[in-house]
Design a protein around this ligand. Structure first.
Ligand SMILES: C[S@@+](CC[C@H](N)C(=O)[O-])C[C@H]1O[C@@H](n2cnc3c(N)ncnc32)[C@H](O)[C@@H]1O
Length: 286
């Protein structure tokens, strides 16, 4: 069987976030859409890796691969995730990017104090349940003084803007809307949906200083994202089974072109209260 296209590390990786996301996720439009904005948040925050880097909640490393293509790789990258299955599913590209991927619980990190110069968490702190506050204390413990923690999390408003939630609210079906939101949040592993202020409070509670907070996925785009995440859209997954790189490239370019206008007209940094997802830069005082 031929190797799926998304497993290869390109010789000259693209640097535009939308291009990276479209290249990697030609078979999943919702992931192209989300990750274009997500990766651009890291680029526009001009993040700088210091020393060894830890990715908390790395899953199968797919997001880490794209992030390193967008912002450049650190010397040493370690990933941890609670799910052994996710780590076992790491692609060759992920294995090439991560020096090690460890199955561990973020509430009890298997590292000495101050082991890492930078930390990153791509939409993962919102999944840690139970133990979010303990996990935040652990992230603080393993970070070197002066180091930065870059985290993305969803807001309390996100679920309210899924297109089906809006439709059900419009016809007065509030209970059904709540059930739909819960189902979607379980699927997306979103256990914590808080206001930007609450997220800042939680990070400060663990000792971090909040250096920057901005939104990157506006609520006005959330109905479209959730439409792309709608179960029937999973049909795109069949593309992965078709070992025809020309078709993969065509679909990549198709979605890149379709999403480009919305992507370009959206500022890379938006007011947090107008967004479904936000980016935070947190530091540990020296
Ligand atoms: C929404 S996914 C995001 C995954 C990845 N960062 C990405 O962007 O694709 C959240 C991840 O956090 C992991 N996770 C949840 N609770 C955890 C915990 N207590 N310790 C470590 N990882 C955890 C899940 O297994 C999952 O892979």
């Amino acid at each position: 069987m031929s190797t799926p296209k998304e497993e290869k590390v390109p010789a000259a990786p693209p640097v535009d976030p939308l291009e990276i996301a479209a290249y990697r996720y030609y078979y999943k439009p919702m992931a192209i859409f989300f990750n274009a904005f997500h990766l651009r948040a890291f680029v526009s925050a001009a993040i700088e890796w210091q020393g060894n880097v830890l990715d908390i909640g790395c899953s199968d490393g797919a997001c880490g691969v794209m992030l390193m293509e967008a912002v450049g790789a650190p010397k040493q990258l370690t990933g941890i995730d609670l799910s052994a299955n996710a780590i076992a599913a790491a692609s060759p590209a992920a294995k090439a990017v991560y020096n090690e991927m460890i199955c561990a619980n973020a509430v009890e990190l298997p590292f000495d104090d101050e082991s890492f110069g930078s930390l990153v968490s791509n939409a993962s702190m919102l999944s840690i349940d139970p133990g979010l506050e303990q996990a935040l204390k652990e992230t603080y413990r393993v970070l070197k003084p002066g180091g930065a923690f870059y985290a993305t999390v969803c807001t309390d408003q996100y679920e309210q803007h899924y297109w089906i939630t809006k439709l059900l609210h419009a016809v007065g079906a509030r209970k059904l809307a709540r059930r739909y939101m819960d189902k979607m949040n379980r699927r997306m592993q979103q256990a914590h949906l808080y206001t930007p202020e609450r997220w800042q409070e939680l990070f400060r509670g663990a000792g971090f200083e909040v250096q920057e907070t901005f939104g990157f996925l506006p609520l006005r785009l959330t109905p479209l994202w959730s439409f792309l995440a709608w179960t029937p859209m999973r049909i795109h997954g069949v593309l992965k089974l078709i070992p025809w790189p020309g078709l993969h490239r065509f679909v990549s370019r198709f979605y890149q072109a379709r999403f480009a206008p919305l992507y370009r007209e959206t500022p890379p940094k938006c007011p947090p209260e107008e967004c479904g997802y936000i980016f935070l830069k947190l530091t540990k005082p020296s």
